[in-house]
Design a protein around this ligand. Structure first.
Ligand SMILES: *[C@@H]1O[C@H](CO)[C@@H](O)[C@H](O)[C@H]1NC(C)=O
Ligand SMILES: *[C@@H]1O[C@H](CO)[C@@H](O)[C@H](O)[C@H]1NC(C)=O
Ligand SMILES: *[C@@H]1O[C@H](CO)[C@@H](O)[C@H](O)[C@H]1NC(C)=O
Ligand SMILES: *[C@@H]1O[C@H](CO)[C@@H](O)[C@H](O)[C@H]1NC(C)=O
Ligand SMILES: *[C@@H]1O[C@H](CO)[C@@H](O)[C@H](O)[C@H]1NC(C)=O
Ligand SMILES: *[C@@H]1O[C@H](CO)[C@@H](O)[C@H](O)[C@H]1NC(C)=O
Length: 845
């Protein structure tokens, strides 16, 4: 045993000292790779060699391929060389002296050959060897070191991290992912996937030459992140330069093998290797529903994927061209206008009706130039053939200096979809006769708009939709497992020693902390009547109740997901009740019975901050001194939780609706200590559930599940910006088409216009100095790097000392999730793309 170990050590030493001796990731000129041999990349991730898709039936057809080296049989092949020309016997691979790779069969016939480096191959220096990189890329270099050919430029049916799907602006040519003919035949199939050469603003999947499916149209060139599972993030980057536009993706460190594939049956899927079950898990698959294939609902129709099941509908102002066919499920004829447009004349008599959250139709044209939303609308209004327009602000993401994207449609509107409020959709403005229009040509929705845009979270980047799709699946799965759990009560024993946590000198018994009878609560809340419900959140519903003594209280009935035993719950509640501060809602008592767990709080008449702050009619009540008072109060309450109480409590769900206001508009933080009451895992699960508060979650939590006091600081920063601006973090209105409130605030700050962020509806205006200081602090709190965020103690002290302290504050850095790909210094080559993405990952931590 010792001997074998020292041999192994020796081999290791040899391998380290003489790398050429083990350079099995390379093929030099003159060497041959035989049928049973493989090259294995340096890190061991990928292997190159010959394979047969039908091993069982006998190797009658052999192909050169690259596959995952660590994934057991059947091999997962990500690239095929001679996909049209299989070898019947024993083929070999060689690198010719002109830097071309050659697959020849046993008789020496050439089956497949890459173009050589060209130029004079007679130069004395022999070409460098071909190399299989650990990303799974087979690279051939010219003698001068430039890449002569690489397999990443010639994908087959698989899109792996590091690969780029590209389209040249100069030639209109690009590479496409092309499906296999069938699962056993790597010959090119009929489905292919790539950038749309017509517009380069979307990706298309074709069946032969016909479009088959389409992604949403992009609203920016940037890095988008998608959360696959706890700790695994997929970053997608779109890079647009003078020469070409490309899309690539990468994974956070330590992620399982993950790839996109175009199947032979015409699906575009995201797959991830699950080593527990030793199989590929399909995370996502498109087209997502029956009517989301190309043009399925006909001209002027759209596929509503927000409905269950998804269904074809007519765009606003249109009706089925043939009601009987439509009723029978035949949509080919599409829809027609209910009311004809007036004869064309100077743009009069028309208006636009907005349809939010759409995947906008195909066949648009880009109206280039630096335009505002109003100009874009006016351009469309002035042109009789313009049927619709859509507008996006690219300011934070454009690579080529374009500041906006105005797209217009002339002719039929085809292949639209309604993809829901969070899935990366945008507003489509449809031209309609003016009587039907609810908007002015300026595009601003009036009060009585036909369509009321649901507050839409800012999901601007391509593929953000995937996150939510995935999220919903994940959540549904989670729900199932949770409900299974609750079917098995009493699996946890109530053994706790919380009293020792409280520390010496504590007299739990002394605390006046009534345990209230369940029957009394049932009576006081009218058996949890709907009429008395005053709120609901991730943790449960809240009721207003009048106890026997006449005291009015708020009763929180926890949802039954909590795993805690009754005794443990009670101990935690007693602990939380000890946290008393004028900016925290007081916990008065608790109650358990069976699976029921209730918390009894003081009742605050003014309810949540969100109910006033985001209400057009009521927000004026909050003048600047009141808002500043709320900001300072929340900061003090949080500081107490983090530092000044004997327990360090991380709130984990700070948001406007968790800040309650008393009669004098003083803030009190609610729902603190839920982590303790629910148990850590439960709270994590819960935070996932309340996807609506997504905008408040710090990046390190969403990417890595890491919580700290700094995650609360992030949420505080978001809340602060909301209070100053009166704009919800999830809003898309009022932020000038920026992707989010945070980016909008940062952009204004950078331009020295932070004052523009201040809510104009504030009565009596505000002190510019104070507002500016608040915004500065807010931006520091929402920095992506937790170590750059201030502690709550600093926040409180800065706010108390006022603008005198602003001079010494650091300058907030740009939020990383919009880290632009477009800086002039960042060229489009693969290396840089990866660096930029790595940087984004880094800053996300
Ligand atoms: C390297 O060599 C190739 C052909 O061998 C040629 O096309 C290319 O321009 C050369 N590049 C440089 C930087 O010399
Ligand atoms: C390259 O290979 C070809 C054919 O294999 C041979 O004729 C030629 O002499 C070689 N050139 C050099 C520079 O070795
Ligand atoms: C793809 O196109 C072919 C030929 O036009 C057709 O027969 C086939 O049904 C199409 N496949 C799908 C999935 O629509
Ligand atoms: C792998 O699959 C199993 C069974 O479906 C599942 O429980 C587990 O969570 C999966 N692992 C990952 C990393 O997704
Ligand atoms: C773009 O237009 C806006 C106003 O419409 C103007 O403020 C800005 O300077 C313009 N930018 C460029 C680069 O032309
Ligand atoms: C109106 O739009 C059509 C289609 O986009 C375009 O061809 C035409 O030139 C435009 N007319 C004017 C006057 O801009």
């Amino acid at each position: 045993m010792d001997l074998s170990r020292s041999v192994a050590v020796l081999v290791l030493i040899v391998a380290v000292c003489f790398p050429s001796a083990s350079a099995e990731d390379q093929l030099a000129v003159g060497e041959r790779l035989l049928v049973e041999q493989t090259l294995v990349s340096d890190g061991g991730a990928f292997a190159l060699g010959f394979f047969s898709p039908d091993d069982a039936a006998g190797p009658t057809r052999r192909y050169l391929g690259i596959w995952y080296n660590s994934i057991p049989a059947p091999r997962t092949v990500v690239w095929v060389g001679n996909r049209d020309a299989p070898a019947a016997g024993s083929p070999t691979l060689a690198l010719a002296n002109d830097s071309s790779l050659v697959v020849s069969d046993a008789d020496g016939r050439v089956l497949w050959r890459t173009p050589g480096a060209g130029g004079s191959s007679s130069s004395s220096s022999s070409p460098p060897p071909a190399l299989l990189t650990n990303e799974g890329n087979l690279v051939v270099r010219s003698p001068n070191g430039t890449v002569a050919w690489q397999s990443f430029d010639h994908p087959t049916d698989t899109f792996v991290p590091g690969m780029k799907v590209r389209l040249s602006h100069l030639t209109g040519e690009g590479n496409r992912i092309v499906s296999w003919k069938s699962p056993g035949d790597p010959a090119p199939g009929s489905f292919s996937y790539g950038l749309d050469p017509g517009t380069s603003l979307q990706l298309l999947m074709w069946n032969g030459t016909r479009p088959y499916w389409r992604t949403p149209v992009w609203k920016g060139y940037a890095v988008a992140s998608m959360y696959l599972s706890a700790g695994t993030v997929l970053y997608t980057a779109i890079v647009d330069t003078e020469e070409e536009i490309s899309i690539a993706f990468t994974l956070s460190g330590g992620a399982a093998p993950t790839r996109y594939v175009v199947t032979s049956t015409g699906r575009f899927q995201l797959l991830s290797w699950n080593s527990t079950v030793s199989a590929w898990a399909t995370l996502l698959s498109w087209p997502s529903s029956g009517c989301s294939t190309y043009k399925r609902c006909g001209a002027y129709g759209y596929c509503d994927v927000t409905a269950a099941p998804a269904a074809c509908r007519c765009l606003d102002g249109f009706e089925p061209a043939s009601a009987s066919e439509w009723g029978a499920g035949v949509f080919e004829q599409g829809c027609r206008r209910k009311e004809a447009l007036p004869p064309c004349g100077g743009g009069m008599g028309v208006g636009f009706v907005p349809m939010p959250t759409m995947k906008v139709p195909d066949k648009f044209s880009l109206d280039t130039g630096n335009r505002s939303a109003e100009e874009c609308a006016a351009r469309c209004a002035a042109n009789c053939s313009c049927e619709a327009y859509a507008y996006a602000n690219l300011q934070s993401s454009s690579a080529k200096g374009e500041l906006s994207r105005c797209i217009v449609w002339a002719g039929e509107l085809v292949d639209a979809q309604m993809i829901g409020p969070r899935w990366g959709g945008e507003t489509l403005y449809l031209r309609v006769p003016v009587a039907a229009a609810s908007t002015s040509p300026g595009g601003k929705a009036s009060r009585n708009a036909v369509k009321i845009a649901v507050p839409v979270s800012a999901a601007v980047l391509l593929l953000t939709c995937i996150l939510f799709l995935w999220f919903c699946r994940f959540r549904d799965k989670r729900r199932k497992t949770e409900s299974q759990k609750t079917l098995m009560p009493g699996t946890r024993t109530g053994t706790t020693n919380t009293s020792s946590e409280i520390g010496e000198g504590d007299h739990t018994g002394d605390l006046e902390f009534p345990s209230i009878r369940f029957a009394d609560i049932v009576a006081a809340t009218g058996n949890f009547s709907k009429a008395l419900m005053i709120g609901r959140g991730g943790f449960g519903k809240v009721y207003k109740a009048k106890l026997d003594g006449g005291q009015v209280v708020a009763v929180k009935r926890l949802s039954k997901d909590s795993e805690q035993g009754a005794e443990e719950f009670k101990n935690e509640a007693i602990l939380i009740a000890k946290l008393q501060h004028r900016n925290l809602v007081r916990l008065l008592g608790c109650c358990t019975e069976g699976a029921e767990k209730l918390l009894i709080y003081e009742y605050l008449p003014n309810k949540g901050l969100d109910a006033i702050l985001f209400d057009r009619a009521r927000k004026a009540v909050l003048d600047w001194p009141t808002r500043l008072g709320i900001i300072k109060g929340v900061a003090r309450g949080l500081l107490y939780l983090h530092q000044d109480s004997r327990l360090t409590v991380i709130h984990r769900d700070l948001k406007a609706s968790n800040v309650l206001l008393d009669a004098e508009m003083r803030p009190k933080i609610a729902d603190f200590g839920m982590a303790k009451i629910f148990g850590d895992n439960q709270v994590k699960a819960n935070t996932r559930k309340v996807v609506g508060t997504y905008g408040y979650i710090a990046p390190e939590y969403s990417t890595e599940g890491v919580f700290s006091v700094k995650s609360d600081v992030y949420s505080f920063g978001v809340l602060l910006l909301e209070i100053v601006s009166g704009i919800r973090v999830s809003a898309t209105e009022g932020i000038m088409e920026f992707p989010s409130l945070i980016i909008y605030a940062w952009s204004l700050w950078r331009e020295g216009k932070a004052g523009k962020l201040v809510d104009p509806s504030m009565a009596g205006g505000c002190s510019q100095d104070e507002a500016s200081l608040c915004i500065h602090v807010g931006l520091l709190c929402v920095e992506d790097d937790p170590s750059r965020r201030p502690l709550m103690s600093s926040v409180v002290s800065i706010l108390e000392n006022g603008s005198a302290s602003s001079l010494s504050l650091p300058t907030p850095v740009q939020p990383a999730f919009i880290e632009m790909m477009g800086e002039k210094s960042q060229r489009s080559d693969l290396e840089n793309t990866r660096n930029t993405m790595a940087m984004t990952v880094l800053q996300g931590r």
